[in-house]
Write a protein that binds this ligand. Structure first.
Ligand code: ZN
Ligand code: ZN
Length: 127
């Protein structure tokens, strides 16, 4: 039998909340961000995306939150992660109002992908 620890994993839905801020004008993306990571001494995450991407955004945010609260992972502007062919980078952005701690904006980093497609040589990413 493998020696898997029985440590109970936190339910991310109970420890962190995701807010979606409606854009101020048509064509602008929604602002999705977390609240609650300060209790884990980690910056909040933020993503800009259209409403129709909400479910993808939620899964990206929850997997990041899970990594922080259950696996002790730390993300910084130097971090690059690879998830099923999507490469994420992190930009430090200011909080919403003066004095708010800065957040980590999750961004696409196709420039970091070594596939033919992302290098502009055709084909598909993930091939
Ligand atoms: Zn909020
Ligand atoms: Zn690629």
């Amino acid at each position: 039998m493998s020696k898997k620890t029985d440590k109970k994993r936190l339910n991310v839905l109970e420890v962190v909340r995701i807010d979606a801020v409606i854009p101020s004008s048509i064509g602008k993306p929604f602002d999705y961000h977390t609240h609650g990571l300060d209790a884990f001494d980690h910056p909040e995450f933020q993503v800009y995306a259209p409403k129709y991407c909400a479910s993808i955004v939620a899964s990206v945010l929850w997997s990041h939150v899970d990594a922080v609260v259950n696996d002790g992972e730390r993300f910084t502007p130097e971090t690059v992660t690879d998830s099923q062919g999507t490469i994420f980078g992190y930009l430090e952005v200011p909080g919403h109002s003066d004095g708010d701690p800065s957040r980590l904006l999750i961004v696409d980093r196709p420039d970091m992908c070594v596939c033919q497609y992302c290098q502009g040589k055709g084909g598909n990413c993930n091939e």
